[in-house]
Design a protein. Structure first.
Length: 358
């Protein structure tokens, strides 16, 4: 699987580290910095051609100045980053026009109104790019893989921050289950990436032990210097601990922002704040929304336990301890993953070489 990804994306290092396509947070600068460091960075497709066109123009400019010869060579064929599309909120015609003009290396397909949309989008993107843009699908069912015919499958577990299925398991059981599913449909050649709750190298090593070829990280890259989020949000990422307790999955954040359109079965994980507390105490939505809107102009002080601004985050948030350049994050994750895997191998070797005294 690693050789497959290295052939598709010759600038990457293994295990693969991917920065998630987080709308607003995943800037062109962040995406290129991650790819330049040997990972794969993503931007979010959004809903408007003008916005995506501008982002990909910036990616193109930054990529031509990349330090890696392999990345620079790749940029002559396709942009060495990916674009994530929320299928329910974006028109295929918008995505296809931007892809045809800029040829990003990857299109990440997520959250369709109906599973059959994976087939329509996959075909449309491959046609627009003459097959140059690879398809990544967030696997939510066997049918999604069969219809989307992806080049890579992303397995997103319940620990992921931001939006995802409200009912799902962790990657510990999901990754092996998806690998078995791919085997059952005679597609064991498709690489699998784990997403959800992974914020550092030990988590990436664990994903590899489960059979993944790498990991997607969102929360960790929210704490990158290049991330396009408010300082108050970043402060919350650094402050929060014990993500299983300090984060919460619900539809509250979308209701506060009055975001409509997510398909049934989706919600979002964020750090709990005053809005969550008030909802638990029985506050009706219209009051909570009004209080949220009243704090929009308060700046960074509107974040935190007593604030109301939304800080999407996964359960691995307690392992994020500082703001760093994206390149340093990728390097650190690779180094720590290698250490963890070496420890596992050493343990296995010691156990197999030890005489059995029973």
């Amino acid at each position: 699987m690693a050789s497959t990804l290295s052939k598709l994306y010759p600038w990457v290092k293994m295990p693969l580290v991917v920065s998630a396509p987080m709308l607003g947070a995943a800037t062109p600068t962040l995406a290129v910095a991650v790819s330049r460091a040997g990972g794969i960075g993503f931007v979010a497709g959004g809903t408007k051609f003008e916005d995506l066109d501008a982002s990909l123009k910036q990616v193109s400019s930054l990529s031509q100045r990349a330090a890696s010869p392999k990345m620079t060579a790749s940029a002559r064929r396709t942009l060495p980053i990916g674009v994530g599309f929320q299928l329910w909120g974006c028109k295929l015609s918008v995505a296809a026009a931007a892809i045809k003009r800029h040829l990003p290396a990857i299109a990440w397909l997520f959250a369709p109104k109906q599973t059959e949309d994976f087939a329509t989008w996959s075909q449309g993107i491959r046609h627009a790019s003459d097959g140059k843009t690879q398809i990544w699908v967030v696997a939510e069912a066997r049918l999604a893989v069969q219809l989307g015919k992806p080049d890579v499958v992303v397995v997103q577990g319940s620990d992921a921050g931001g939006h995802g299925l409200s009912r799902s398991a962790s990657v510990v059981s999901l990754v092996p289950e998806v690998l078995d599913m791919l085997e059952s449909i005679n597609r064991p050649d498709i690489p699998v990436l784990a997403a959800g709750g992974i914020t550092e190298g030990r988590g990436v090593a664990a994903a590899v032990a489960l059979g993944a070829t790498g990991a997607v990280m969102g929360t960790r890259f929210l704490a990158a210097q290049e991330a396009g989020i408010a300082k108050g949000w970043q402060n919350e990422i650094i402050r929060a601990a014990d993500g299983g307790q300090s984060t919460n999955r619900s539809t509250l954040c979308d209701r506060l922002k009055e975001t409509k359109g997510w398909p049934p079965g989706y919600d979002g994980r964020a750090i709990e704040n005053k809005g969550h507390e008030d909802e638990k105490a029985g506050m009706p939505d219209h009051e909570n929304i009004a209080l949220y809107k009243s704090e929009l102009a308060a700046g960074d002080s509107a974040w935190g336990l007593h604030g109301r601004m939304v800080a999407y985050s996964g359960t691995g948030v307690g392992l994020v301890h500082g703001i760093k350049p994206a390149a340093e994050i990728v390097s650190e994750v690779h180094e720590d993953a290698s250490k963890a895997m070496r420890r596992a191998v050493d343990l296995s070797v010691r156990e197999t070489s030890r005489p059995n005294k029973l």
